[in-house]
Design a protein around this ligand. Sequence first.
Ligand SMILES: [Zn+2]
Length: 154
Amino acid sequence: MNEQWFQESEESRLSISTPTKDDPTLIFCPKCRLKAVVTLHNDQARLSCPSCCYNQAKLAEHRKFYWGAENPTDSYFGANLWLQTDCAGESLWAFNKRHLEYLEDFVSAKHRQRNLNVDTWMNSSLASRLPKWLKAAKNREQVLKVIAVLKNKI
Ligand SMILES: [Zn+2]
């Protein structure tokens, strides 16, 4: 991943938060508090826990986002995200591996972005919606450290 990738990526809030087969949304199991997953099967969202076998299913069209919240949920079941921790006095969270890697690439590439044409990608991209503290150069090292910790939890 490099700055090129950022120029071309049209990752949005919706696309990055939609679980895929290879990259499910990681959550705390509502029952045993261990790592569980949310996946999509046609029009159904399914929550399943490999540890205690708890599972739930519902129509995937009913999504609720809490992007502004400190601890947004998976958007289908209201389960807490597995990839969440405190960072620089804020809450750093990600839906899944892809989302976490996106944040890592964004923060790593931050210093190289100055010359890009903002209008071509910034407005519609997820990057423009990231919180200021996450984009702040002074937090860069700490953010990358915390992302590395979260990656180990995957
Ligand atoms: Zn469980």
